[in-house]
Design a protein around this ligand. Structure first.
Ligand SMILES: *Cc1c(COP(=O)(O)O)cnc(C)c1O
Length: 226
């Protein structure tokens, strides 16, 4: 089941890239395994999946310990409390959800010397939603400037979880805004290559708008209780 779904989604990503005149393999599948057991990760790993996304620091730390023999790339994608940064800095190869300098500074300070540099995406609150994490677009440049100075971190790009729209055109607009924000930073001299956007329900639109990492949970692992 998990193997089949991985294959189906992998094929779908390549089809979508081709349809949108993008390079093969220019969007990567992040398998979001939150609230699914380590055995599910093990099955996906055996099927060839290497990048896994988790939302809870403790859960990611526990799974990384249980699966320490596997060559997994761990991505942290959930909201970050400052008392959890150490756990995250010990394990994560990527953190997609940095939205304030304090969190980035703590990750930089707490990363063990023998842990590779952590790839960072800044999370943008693209639709200005009061309940969502993420920095507002008009503060993004300031945060990028601060984060890019920190040792042990590598600023790679932007992440967003847009509001769900039933109208695909409106949905596409949110993703397009994130892409423009990345282009804007690159025009100012940054060299960012990552747009982390698109989940099980909106992956095709995200890929059409330039996603380079799609974060897919339910469509791979099935429903979770959360
Ligand atoms: C849970 C989660 C996902 C995966 O969502 P699905 O709808 O299950 O594909 C992606 N990104 C973030 C930030 C999440 O929290």
């Amino acid at each position: 089941m998990i193997q089949n779904q991985l294959q189906i989604i992998g094929n779908k990503i390549e089809d979508l890239l081709e349809t949108n005149h993008r390079e093969p393999y220019s969007a990567k599948l992040l398998a979001v395994s939150k609230h699914h057991p380590s055995q599910a990760i093990q099955i996906a790993y055996t099927a060839g999946q290497r990048a896994f996304g988790e939302n809870y620091a403790q859960e990611m730390g526990d799974k990384a310990e249980q699966l320490a023999d596997l060559d997994i790339e761990w991505h942290f994608i959930g909201p970050i409390q400052s008392n959890k940064t150490k756990l995250i800095a010990n394990t994560a190869h990527w953190v997609h959800s940095v939205d304030r300098f304090k969190i980035a500074r703590r990750l930089s300070e707490q990363k063990p010397d023998d842990h590779p540099d952590i790839n960072i995406c800044l999370q943008v609150n693209i639709d200005n939603e009061a309940t969502k994490s993420g920095i507002l677009l008009n503060q993004l440049e300031g945060l990028a400037a601060q984060v890019s100075t920190l040792a042990g971190l590598k600023l790679r790009g932007l992440m967003a979880i847009p509001m769900a729209h039933s109208n695909p055109k409106q949905q596409a607009q949110s993703f397009a805004q994130l892409r423009k924000a990345l282009e804007n930073l690159n025009q100012k001299g940054y060299q960012l290559d990552t747009l982390s956007m698109g989940m099980s329900n909106d992956m095709p639109i995200a890929i059409a708008e330039g996603a380079t990492i799609v974060r897919i949970g339910t469509a791979i692992f099935g429903q979770r209780i959360d």
